[in-house]
Design a protein around this ligand. Sequence first.
Ligand SMILES: [Zn+2]
Length: 296
Amino acid sequence: MPDSITQPRFGVDLGGTAIKLGRVEGDQLVKRLEIDTPHDGELCLNAIADAVRELAAGDSIPSVGIGLPGVIDLDRSRVMEAPNLEFLGNLPAADMLSERLGCPVFLENDANAAAFGEAQVGAGRGVPDFLFLTLGTGVGGGVILNGHPFHGPGGMAGEIGHLTTGHDRQCGCGTVGCLEAIASARAMETLAAQDLGRPLPLKELATAAREGDKDALSVFRTSGLALGIALAQVALLLDLRIFLVGGGGAPTLDLLAPHALEELEKRCFGRTAQDFKLSEASLGNDAGIHGAARLS
Ligand SMILES: [Zn+2]
């Protein structure tokens, strides 16, 4: 087999509390490691280098990709802003890790890395243009154009979580009405606590809705309509028609999608609900590792 298939690749999902690393061969994530994140620049990079060497087990390391929650400079080598990884601020992180491992190192925003993973080996394979979004604690996103993440001139493209959807809830970003404040997994649980009068984990809320509970169904209608309003803005601007959803809220997509598609059809003239595909991403929590491993 050609080297490009057999040669291992190494991807890192660097978070504020944990670092997840994987060894990818072909389409498969064959080995993974998870370690606590040291909150010191040098120690963190040393820990990543040690873990990658452990995954390599003596094999050559052609390159390493790292996805992280923050803004990366346009050379993909330095962390410009990452609230949970402030210890990396102003360090030439890619070069420092590259020196330790003797191979090129590439940085990427974590949502873009996950989007790229889906584009390469997940639900977005063979789809040149799509939006990937995560419904988790917040709502993150990555725009794939021509098979690659679109960064924008400042590296900040894809922030679908802060598109305005017309409600009056306060968002963590300081403004009102963002998608994140009404359709993140956390926001849906908050809505449920208010509407049902008791806290309910999202999974149980979804079960109640599928069993016909009107209050639970109402939460998904509210969040689904807001999701559709945000996706319609993306569709109107870029004519994207495929939306892949990941994160803890993705398994509730069957409850959200009908309402989102209703708004998409209403707001996107010239297109019907059938023109859009709103479906679950396929790589789960491994999307970021897969994408990072393929950065170049
Ligand atoms: Zn916001």
